[in-house]
Design a protein around this ligand. Sequence first.
Ligand SMILES: Cc1cc2nc3c(=O)[nH]c(=O)nc-3n(C[C@H](O)[C@H](O)[C@H](O)COP(=O)(O)OP(=O)(O)OC[C@H]3O[C@@H](n4cnc5c(N)ncnc54)[C@H](O)[C@@H]3O)c2cc1C
Length: 382
Amino acid sequence: MNRRNFFEKAVPASFAIGAIASSCAPKGQPLYSDKHFHISKGYHQIPKLRLSMDRIVKETVGLRPFRASGPRIESEQMGNKTIVHNYGHGGSGWSLSWGTGNMARNMVLATKEKKIAMLGCGTVGIATARLLQESGCEVTIYTKDVPPNITSNLATGTWSPASRVCDVKVAKPEFKAIWEEATRFSFRRFQNLLGMGEIAAWAEEYGVFDDAPQYIPGAGGEDFELEGLLPERVRLDKKEHPFNANHVTRRANMMFNIPSYLRHHLNDFLMFGGKVKIQEIKKMDDIDALSERVVVNCMGLGAKPVFDDKELTPVSGQLSCLIPQSDVNYKLYTRGANFISRKDGIYLGSNGIVGNWDTTPSREQTEKVFTILNKVMTEMKG
Ligand SMILES: Cc1cc2nc3c(=O)[nH]c(=O)nc-3n(C[C@H](O)[C@H](O)[C@H](O)COP(=O)(O)OP(=O)(O)OC[C@H]3O[C@@H](n4cnc5c(N)ncnc54)[C@H](O)[C@@H]3O)c2cc1C
């Protein structure tokens, strides 16, 4: 089977890309595949999710900052200020934060300035600020909001570097190389965050389908893949899994425990002498009034009105949070639904509505995802 076709035609939103773009082990079956790891125990020991509507304690809608041509990572001169843009990461901002942050850092370092203004305190802004500090810069973050009141707090938290990162029909051919460089840098950086209170961790990820997964139009821009980062995804046969499904796959993928990650991230920034000022940037004059000559723009969707970016558009995504379950530490996606188990809860989701600015959660959407996952769990052995 052509592995790229098989997976590329799958899949739900943020899981998809973890699944596709990063399906990156060498082509062909590895010599010592992970496939039979648990074979002596029969099928894999996978605990069932305790699914009931009264265990759903939170519903959120976040707005992915999407640009069809890909994130804006470039430097421009405006009067006496150099503005370095680093925003518009769609559904990949967590995954790419270090990689595009590194590109922005290089643009800043080229100016030789050491006092830097950072606009925005999301995962992209903080990662970029930390990298600048590592290069000897003094960084002040100016931001309207801090965690948890930011988009980055409303993400699933999976390694998904190509999820809604662009529309390949619109992005320039050069973008793929930029994406690859950012993806590789980020991946390496995340390896250094493993084992620190589980802010980043590895988890098993199962794809559970009745029949061969098909591409879901509109899932968005998940057309890149990179070999050699994640372990190979393997197809399990009927005896190796407890699901009532014909196409079941498993692979290890990285995930991020978002609240503790952001706390850790921000604490590190402060520990290295960073300052945070709560200030909304409403217009270019507000940037002009800042004392720093170099300004890094990591405002996500907030960049749209200030820089008149017509391309930047929201892709909303709803997550419904179940009470955490200590024995469930895997991720699962199936047609129309997925879940990820984090320390703060089990997040069910997620959809993607292009151009939707409404952040009101819909009970109907929760029930839809719940019903699909409930069927998977009810039909599961054990
Ligand atoms: C449902 C959902 C699931 C997702 N899942 C994943 C995933 O699994 N993996 C992944 O990699 N990505 C995922 N994403 C995408 C990811 O969350 C975003 O790409 C990322 O959060 C963008 O980060 P950011 O720092 O650019 O923006 P934000 O988190 O929005 O931060 C922007 C910052 O700028 C500030 N700001 C905005 N406007 C102004 C202003 N005018 N003046 C001053 N400050 C301002 C804000 O207050 C904030 O501090 C998901 C997104 C959603 C919605």
